[in-house]
Design a protein. Structure first.
Lengths: 321, 395
């Protein structure tokens, strides 16, 4: 307990930056769920692909070291674009290969979930066995090890009393919030966004009104994937290493965040992500870091007992997603 | 798009398969009682003869076949039967089923090593313990529906594994070693002659549980599986089974018709958990040592895949699914590091071609055909056969 009070600000900042990454990944889950009522289990692998796209970009530009200041902001922007394109693209391909055929046959959601689990296993192993060893010149058996990429020069930008904010965490938090706002505006202001909302609300009527469902689904996966890709770039900035199963626990946490905030609800994903990040860090401070996952899931169970549809509720249709 | 025409060979193949399995279904439904018993007996004899070397050399050229038959194959089948009660019959999505398997396993380990109880006592206690934990998890959370329940159960699975990992009393990350085997009942050996030799079980000591021979464990698992099948089958045909079906189809309607939904959901959870716990006790008693990583999330996912792959709600289908899910990765061990990769791809492909499972339950199929089945369909109204045309037309 003392630990928490004496180190309150560091834990809070860590929680916020972790929560921001959860929130960005949670968006992908929540959007796909809103439109298709499907838990896209392979979304964690979409995130993993983003981290490797970012890492590959770093290798391509000759692995810069100790980048600081505005150069770092520019570099992260580049990584975010690379991650976003790679993740968005693979999400679209994933939908085309693993979900669309099932959707056409009117398969049950459970069948789609199994297909998603299969795709998730396939992508993880594809990277562990083939892509990582080949692309990063590692011996084959090293495919399962963490791959590192140190590039940022981390320094404190704000320093007031015990409140210290380092540049990487600032970029993570600000970047995530900017992406959230952009997505929220996209979904609420554009024609495509209106299509997404209409489909989430009532797919049958949306089709009758001339909405092209297939295009909407593709756009949903592309947007959700791109968000995961940006999250992946921010993750690389924050933790500087990745591995083939990096998405697994993070994916579960992000999905938890989506449920915590109210699945299908874009703003719920933000709230859920931040809350989950903070709870985890405070839980680690009080009970020790080995219990942080247990604390996070226990809080989820508690919250759902009292608010069975999450903190903000499920109201995706009401002009939210 | 290319599979929406009837001339496509794949579509025809699928149609042929479906009508084949339907005709078997019809035969079975009208078969007289004695014919069914003959089939049951034949299946049991087949199961008893299954560990024979001749079968093993084809089925599993890379690992010891009887041990493989015990776990993963037998273990997965037992777990799938248990999960099928929750998912297939009561229609609740459980993503943390491995938790009950772990509780059974750790029950065996703790009572066996720290208190010196025997396997048979622990089997009873472990089953009760798992059922109790199912009730403890279910009581506060079964108000939740669908995917909320799924994520809570997933969280429960992770909590159990992490707790095992962090709790030093049960060994932390090192787990527990030296778990006793079941006590040997009798040294009796199957006579090594004629008939028994012909089906490949001559010279086996079926009740001597040692470290080397996997066959006695397999037979024990077989007994447990048969008991579970009989138990679940009887439940399915009873008032409880009908209550589960009504909950699966429409919970609100069931509640309005006077079905105490909460009570029956809790019962499904407890029964599923009990069967999972029995599997865990068995597993730990053979494995000698268990560690928290024996109980990963992916095991829950695999068992769920077995249930859905085989045909959720239909017991023969579920057993077939569990067998395939356990056996395929072992059979393709020759592919070594690529086997999980291939397994993932196989799951996707099978789901694309048989989304209703290999041997779907007829009742479920009829429900799905109506449009909105118990679990609904993915984007139900979006991609169903009826509206595909509309979706395409706008393109």
């Amino acid at each position: 307990m003392n630990n928490l009070f004496s180190q309150f600000w560091p834990y809070t900042i860590d929680g916020l930056s972790l929560g921001a990454i959860y929130a960005l990944v949670a968006l992908g889950y929540t959007m796909v769920y809103g439109v298709l009522r499907l838990i896209n289990f392979a979304h964690s692998e979409i995130f993993m692909i983003g981290t490797f796209a970012a890492l590959g970009t770093l290798h391509l530009i000759g692995m810069p070291a100790n980048v600081g200041g505005f150069a770092l902001v520019g570099l992260v922007l580049l990584l975010a674009v690379a991650g976003g394109v790679a993740s968005g693209g693979s999400a679209v391909i994933l939908e085309y290969v693993a979900y669309r055929p099932l959707r056409r046959r009117g398969a049950s959601r459970l069948a789609a979930l199994i297909s998603a689990i299969g795709a998730s296993l396939f992508l993880q192993q594809l990277f562990a066995r083939l892509v990582i060893p080949k692309a990063f010149g590692l011996p084959k058996e090293k495919g399962a090890l963490p791959v590192q990429g140190h590039f940022a020069h981390k320094s404190d930008v704000i320093h007031i009393g015990s409140f210290e904010l380092s540049n990487d965490k600032l970029i993570v938090i600000v970047g995530a919030v900017l992406m959230m706002i952009a997505l929220d505006m996209f979904v609420n202001r554009t024609k495509l966004g209106r299509g997404i909302r209409a489909t989430a609300q009532d797919p049958e009527t949306a089709v009758l009104m001339g909405v092209n469902i297939d295009r909407i689904v593709t756009a949903t996966f592309a947007l959700g994937g791109a968000m995961a890709g940006v999250a992946a770039a921010l993750y690389m900035l924050r933790f500087e290493e990745t591995r083939f199963d990096v998405g697994f626990l993070l994916g579960i946490k992000a999905f938890t965040a989506a449920v915590l905030g109210g699945i299908g609800n874009l703003r719920g994903a933000l709230v859920g992500g931040i809350v989950l990040g903070l709870i985890e860090m405070y839980g680690a401070a009080v009970f020790g870091s080995q219990w942080q996952d247990v604390v996070a899931f226990s809080v989820l169970v508690l919250v759902l007992m009292f608010r069975p549809t999450g903190l903000l509720g499920e109201s995706l249709q009401q002009a939210r997603a | 798009m290319n599979d929406s025409t009837n001339t496509n060979p794949l579509t025809r193949m699928r149609g042929g398969y479906t009508s084949f399995s339907d005709s078997i279904h019809d035969r079975w439904a009208t078969a007289p009682r004695w014919a069914r018993w003959v089939v049951y007996l034949l299946l049991i004899v087949l199961a008893i003869a299954l560990p024979a070397d001749g079968i093993g050399s084809f089925m599993s050229p890379y690992t010891d076949w009887p041990t493989l038959l015990f776990f993963p194959i037998g273990g997965y089948i037992l777990l799938a039967i248990g999960l099928n009660v929750v998912v297939g019959q009561a229609g609740m999505l459980d993503l943390g089923y491995v938790a009950f398997f772990a509780i059974g396993g750790y029950g065996m380990a703790v009572f066996g090593t720290k208190y010196g109880w025997s396997f048979w006592e622990i089997l009873v206690v472990g089953v009760l313990l798992s059922a109790l934990s199912g009730i403890l998890l279910g009581a506060p959370t079964l108000r939740l529906r669908g995917d909320y329940l799924a994520i809570v159960t997933l969280g429960f699975g992770e909590i159990v594994r992490k707790t095992a990992n962090n709790w030093n009393y049960i060994g932390g990350p090192n787990g527990i070693g030296g778990i006793p085997h079941p006590p040997t009942l009798t040294e009796w050996t199957i006579p090594d002659n004629g008939l028994f030799d012909a089906i490949g079980i001559g010279g086996v000591q079926p009740f001597k549980y040692g470290a080397l021979d996997g066959k006695p464990y397999y037979y024990l698992m077989l007994v447990l599986i048969i008991l579970a099948i009989v138990f679940v089958k009887r439940l399915e045909a009873s008032r409880v089974g009908r209550a589960w079906a009504s909950i699966r189809e429409d919970e609100d309607a069931a509640e309005l018709m006077g079905v105490p939904t909460f009570k029956f959901k809790l019962a499904a959870f407890a029964i599923g958990a009990a069967i999972g716990g029995a599997g865990g006790v068995m597993y730990a008693s053979q494995a000698v040592s268990i560690i928290p990583t024996n109980f990963p999330f992916i095991l829950s996912a695999t068992i769920l895949a077995a249930v859905v792959l085989g045909g959720s709600g239909n017991l023969p289908g579920v057993i077939l699914g569990a067998f395939l899910v356990a056996w395929i990765p072992e059979r393709i061990r020759g592919l070594q590091e690529y086997r999980v990769l291939v397994f993932g791809a196989v799951l996707v492909i099978l789901m694309i071609f048989r989304p209703e499972g290999l041997l779907p339950s007829r009742r479920r199929k009829a429900e799905l055909a109506e449009g909105e089945g118990g679990m609904g369909s993915m984007g139900a109204e979006v991609g169903g056969p009826v509206t595909v045309g509309a979706g395409e037309g706008v393109e």
